[in-house]
Design a protein around this ligand. Structure first.
Ligand code: HEM
Length: 513
């Protein structure tokens, strides 16, 4: 499948062409649609179907349906695909009024059209990290941090270089620190299981993730700093101040309209979190000195480096792990005993063959672990939504049609519908741990796009692919390896939480071979 887009000059189509185009788009089943073809794959052209509705009401209606309608978020998008018989549709994305100025988007809901969002020659990514609104820079020390910066801006490349440095300058500490910190997590969960018969993975994971990141990447345990053990709670609160308009807390007893009014219609005032943020910034200013020095060599002012390091470690990394790890444990837990047995056999054989140590080499000898991690990232991409503004008039191609998009329109991709596209992935809704094994499996990796780019590509200074791509895959494999070094099998109970899954471990069967 080719990247789905081509530039097209249709700024002033002739009356005849306009008539042909509108006839072509009137129905997916008419024959005259074949008169106008997209320039790339010669697909019939269609106007993007769907309505934004009247200014305020349309946005509110879509918002309520998105958060509280049947089938939740997935149901919201699937209903529109069905209604218009199209995987590219117009709709309003939350939050809308009074947080975002303009909620109107062209939604890309298949694996063919989605990749246009990675092509920064076609889309502008300025200030679109959280979607149709950008949180106040008061929440990030007054700086527009890297995630909001387009590659065309002069500070994108130095800031991304700095984060590559952050992730690699202590690379030899990553595996031992992970094992130590997450070993502690499993110890605590075993205690809870012995005491009360169950253990909440999420809470322990928050503490472990924050401790691991600070120790591995900065060499400092936050518990020994003035943050004490409060880091994860402070970060979670700070995250809430940035993304509350996108969340549903699902609090028992809170009527939906009240939640909608409180969370989605207004921003939480940054002044309320200023002191907490100041404590986090003090920690990173001190613990991050060596990385901030490197920033200075790259031409980045010291304070700008502090807030970028904080954001990368607390929003991108901690926020990402907070969603990904429970999701991974959930899918593995549900995969059942046979899959657990295969994983345990593979992990233990690879570790034995490498002198009893978990090393990069040992991990490379765990293809099933690798595939099982990619499959979790495919079936439940931790960051589900990406945005990009069309830099010019163009045609976006789905599997079946070309769609005209105008310069300045906001393109939005709902990633789960791209990575669960049945025309790319057989049994797309099933967790198939060995999906990516072998040559055929490897070929499918280009459609795994959790990092805002294909898994087969590497992030560069010129694109917006996640700077932490390889690091994330590494630590996810480490989690699986640690789990199956210690246990033959385990059981989970799964619920939902505002940020993904809530996972309770109900049994851990200690390793017997
Ligand atoms: C599970 C963990 C993670 C997930 C799911 C994730 C996902 C993503 C996604 C989807 C984007 C693109 C957002 C957009 O522009 O639309 C992104 C960008 C980014 N991520 Fe990650 N990420 C994770 C971990 C990390 C880590 C550990 C770092 C560490 C530095 C990191 C740093 C970044 C940065 C700096 C960008 C912006 C890149 C640029 O401006 O070129 N991420 N990430």
């Amino acid at each position: 499948m080719a990247t789905a887009v081509h530039q097209l000059s249709f700024s002033a189509p002739s009356a005849g062409a306009r008539r042909r185009q509108s006839r072509a788009s009137a129905s997916a089943s008419t024959t005259d649609r074949h008169e106008v073809l997209s320039p790339n794959r010669r697909l019939p052209l269609r106007k993007v179907p769907g309505e934004h509705g009247p200014p305020l009401l349309g946005a509110l209606k879509d918002r309520l349906e998105y958060f509280y309608g049947p089938g939740g978020r997935d149901g919201f998008f699937a209903a529109r695909v069905r209604a218009h018989r199209s995987t590219v549709v117009r709709l309003n994305m939350p939050p809308g009024p009074f947080v975002a100025k303009d909620p109107r988007v062209v939604a890309l809901l298949d694996a063919a059209s989605f990749p246009v969002l990675f092509d920064t020659s076609l889309v502008d990514k300025t200030d679109l990290f959280t979607g149709t609104f950008m949180p106040s820079t008061d929440l990030t020390g007054g700086y527009r941090v890297l995630s909001y910066v387009d590659p065309a801006e002069p500070n994108h490349a130095p800031l991304k270089s700095l984060l590559f440095h952050l992730l690699t300058h202590r690379r030899q500490h990553v595996i031992p620190t992970f094992r130590e910190v997450y070993g502690g997590l499993f110890g605590r969960m075993e205690n809870d299981l012995a005491r009360v018969g169950k253990a909440d993975f999420g809470n322990y994971n928050d503490d472990a993730a924050f401790g691991f990141l600070c120790q591995a990447l900065l060499g400092r345990d936050p518990v020994d700093s003035p943050l004490r053990d409060e880091g994860p709670k402070l970060v979670a609160k700070w995250l809430l101040f940035q993304i509350s308009p996108l969340l549903s807390l699902g609090l028992a007893g809170l009527p939906t309209l009240v939640e909608d009014g409180l969370l989605h219609s207004f921003r939480l005032p940054p002044a309320l979190i200023k002191k907490d943020y100041g404590r986090l910034a003090d920690f990173f200013r001190d613990a991050g000195k060596a990385v901030i020095d490197e920033g200075e060599r790259l031409g980045i002012a010291r304070e700008e480096a502090v807030h970028n390091i904080l954001f990368a470690m607390c929003f991108n990394s901690f926020g990402g792990i907070k969603i990904l790890f429970p999701s991974l444990v959930k899918w593995l837990g549900r995969a059942g005993g046979r899959v657990h047995g295969r994983l345990a056999t593979e992990v233990r054989a690879a570790v034995r063959a490498n002198g009893g140590e978990v090393t990069m080499r040992a991990l490379a000898e765990m293809p099933l672990v690798k595939s099982a991690v990619y499959e979790a990232l495919r079936i439940e991409p931790p960051v589900a939504m990406q945005y990009g503004r069309a830099k010019r008039d163009m045609v976006v191609e789905s599997h079946d049609y070309g769609y005209e998009v105008r310069e300045g329109e906001l393109l939005f991709g709902y990633q789960p519908m791209a990575t669960k596209d049945p025309r790319v992935f057989p049994r797309a809704e099933d967790y198939v741990p060995d999906r990516f094994l072998g040559e055929d499996g490897e070929r499918l990796l280009r459609y795994v796009v959790w990092s805002n780019g294909p898994e087969s590509a590497t992030p560069t200074l010129q694109d917006k692919q996640c700077a932490g791509k390889d690091f994330v895959v590494l630590i996810a494999r480490l989690l699986v390896a640690e789990l199956f070094l210690r246990y033959d099998s385990f059981d989970v109970q799964v619920g939902s939480s505002p940020l993904g899954s809530s996972v309770t471990i109900t049994s851990l069967k200690k390793a017997t071979f």
